[in-house]
Ligand binder design. Structure first.
Ligand code: ZN
Length: 622
């Protein structure tokens, strides 16, 4: 294994700003001082508790307790090992990585499978793109399809690396074998059909995609992780999925359909105030939006939208405009989407097209450009207006029975919103859209909720949804923890504290105690490196996490000295009082089998009393 030089790791940490690394995944806002705050990428939450301190180079989440530095962030969010995380950061920020003499650079075999499959996709995307640009039968046909049939520009193809898979698909396997990817990566990348027991040769590497237009799918960090392949006139007869208009990559170590939104890697940097996400149905719709300058369009991967995708979305922005085809399939998809979106805490509006369903967003933007977006936006429907319209198209002439049934449909959607305020606003809106008296709608909704909870109670308990972190026990406020907090925020108190606390008063069984002991040792010997340079003093993730959380805490200490004295007093009582009680007990039962004679016990008792009564004072620092 190649070993990265420690000096190089230190250099990287100094030169790369944590905020730049984190903001690729989390939208950060100012949170007082130099600190930033955002929605935690490690657990599901609606109010930000993920704190970043770029000056100190630490992040900490008060919701799930995750914390660390740039390297741990990249390790955890990108599932890389230490060296890979350092290499990825070096590559991203243009910092050369140096290895220890003789340990060699990274080789394919050393990298984890995921990284290799990513590399393989990168190489495959380039291969397909070159085939698309090639002046041969395949390239010519697909470029013509792109520009004449789909009416996209060559520049857009370049920007998104649109590719071509030829009808024989012969070139891809050879190209990947030349790059010396491992057998495991070739088997599991999803680009080939390989029989399990077949040895890998050019003949057994049978490409999955042939005679198709290749659209690279990128994850939210912009890495190609899959392909969508559109059927063309070149799609061969013996393609197992010949009749499928679109064929997607299967799930692989780097691709899970339900976690991915097409174009999120670009759209997330374009969203902001007045620029919500625009959810469209297909990848080509999203490309159309992009081509006319609507940069915030995203599309689900495949037909169904999952909660995982929406949680991912909410990390960047909470406002989403849903723009699906006006045919009935599109409207049904929109209705399925709504409850999930409410549950995820997204604010949804619906863009709808007037007419008979023959116009779709692709055609609309193609013909009228970005101006069409402003127009449909003017008629955007709120979530409830859309839901009510779908449940009851014509409330003016509907019977009470029909209205009541429609209301139940809408209630089911409203029940997914978690906020009471939101729910009550939705009920208001529903009553006006369905033309129901407000009081009646409110009452019916309450009845609906009661019935729902009765039904839920009758069902066996559901397991908590994935990704939701269990509530953490609050870190206990031991004197060690308080003193540690004190040392980190009032560093001048460290030295006197270190001279006042006997080592055996500290409980080393918990990280706070072990750390306090170590820190006091540094103070005592004038070796304290300063709170911004603690990396070498921290030995475990538990310790790193604790220090990060303490560094983010704002101690309300008006008089640090008093807090120090109180901490000392608590440590002293905890250390001495049990012994005192033991002695009292022994003296009260003179016949019990005791370890020492009564005289020395009496002596020890008076010494303990004296110590416990002694006023607490911090030793004067030398
Ligand atoms: Zn968290």
């Amino acid at each position: 294994m190649p070993v990265i030089k420690p000096t190089c790791v230190r250099d990287l940490k100094l030169r790369v700003n944590l905020a730049d690394v984190v903001s690729r995944m989390v939208t950060l806002r100012k949170a007082g001082g130099a600190r930033l705050k955002g929605l935690c990428p490690f657990h599901n939450e609606k109010t930000p508790s993920f704190n970043v301190d770029p000056d100190k180079g630490y992040y900490h989440c008060f919701g799930c307790g995750k914390s660390g530095d740039i390297i741990s962030f990249v390790r955890e969010t990108e599932q890389l090992n230490f060296s890979e995380a350092v290499e990825a950061l070096g590559k991203r920020f243009g910092i050369p990585i140096e290895y220890e003499e003789g340990s060699g650079g990274p080789s394919n075999a050393d990298r984890t499978l995921r990284q290799e499959v990513f590399d393989l996709h990168d190489a495959a995307a380039e291969h397909f793109y070159q085939a698309f640009k090639a002046k041969d039968a395949t390239g010519d046909a697909l470029r013509q399809l792109w520009t004449e049939k789909r009416r996209f520009t060559p520049e857009l193809a370049d920007e998104f690396k649109i590719g071509a898979a030829d009808a024989q698909g012969s070139g891809l396997g050879a190209a990947m074998m030349r790059r010396k990817f491992s057998e495991e990566a070739l088997r599991r990348c999803g680009l080939f059909f390989i029989y399990d027991d077949a040895a890998i040769t050019l003949q057994t590497l049978r490409p999955r995609f042939r005679g198709r237009l290749m659209i690279p799918i990128r994850d939210h960090q912009g890495r190609v992780c899959a392909f969508t392949a559109r059927q063309t006139d070149l799609t061969p007869e013996d393609d197992p999925a010949k009749d499928a208009k679109y064929v997607n990559s299967p799930e692989t170590p780097i691709f899970t359909k339900g976690n991915l939104l097409f174009n999120l890697d670009r759209a997330r940097t374009a969203v902001g105030e007045g620029k919500p996400f625009v959810m469209v149905e297909g990848q080509l719709d999203a490309l159309r939006c992009w081509s006319v300058g609507l940069k915030t369009a995203i599309a689900p991967q495949g037909t169904s939208i999952t909660e995982g995708q929406l949680v991912l979305l909410r990390r960047y922005h909470t406002k989403v405009e849903c723009f699906f085809d006006s045919d009935s399939a599109g409207q049904k998809a929109a209705l399925r989407f709504l409850p999930m979106a409410l549950k995820a805490g997204l604010e949804i509006r619906f863009l709808t097209l007037a007419g008979d369903g023959k116009v779709d967003p692709d055609l609309l933007f193609l013909e009228r450009g970005l101006a069409a977006y402003d127009e449909v936006r003017r008629d955007a429907k709120s979530a409830m207006a859309f839901a009510c319209r779908a449940a009851l198209p014509d409330p003016l002439t509907a019977s009470a029975e029909l209205k009541s049934r429609a209301a139940q449909t809408v209630f089911e959607i409203i029940a997914h919103a978690e906020s009471e305020v939101t729910r009550s606003e939705f009920i208001n809106e529903t009553s006006s859209h369905l033309r129901l008296p407000l009081a009646a709608a409110q009452k019916d909704f309450q009845t609906f909720l009661h019935r729902q909870s009765r039904q839920a109670a009758a069902r066996p308990a559901a397991t908590p949804p994935e990704g939701v972190a269990p509530a953490l026990p609050r870190t206990a406020h031991t004197p060690e923890r308080d003193l540690l907090l004190l040392c980190l925020h009032f560093e001048t108190i460290g030295k006197p504290l270190s001279l006042s606390i006997p080592h055996d008063w500290i409980d080393l069984a918990h990280p706070a105690g072990a750390l306090l002991n170590r820190f006091l040792g540094e103070f005592e010997h004038d070796l304290w490196p300063g709170k911004d340079h603690l990396e070498n003093l921290l030995e475990s993730d538990a310790e790193r996490s604790l220090v990060a959380s303490l560094l983010f805490e704002t101690p309300g200490f008006e008089e640090p000295l008093k807090v120090a004295q109180e901490g000392l007093r608590l440590l002293r009582s905890r250390a001495l009082e049990p012994r005192l009680r033991q002695i009292e007990l022994a003296l009260a039962n003179p016949h019990a089998d005791i370890e020492s004679d009564p005289i020395s016990l009496l002596k020890e008792r008076s010494e303990l009393h004296r110590l416990l009564r002694q006023p607490i004072a911090l030793a004067a620092s030398a």
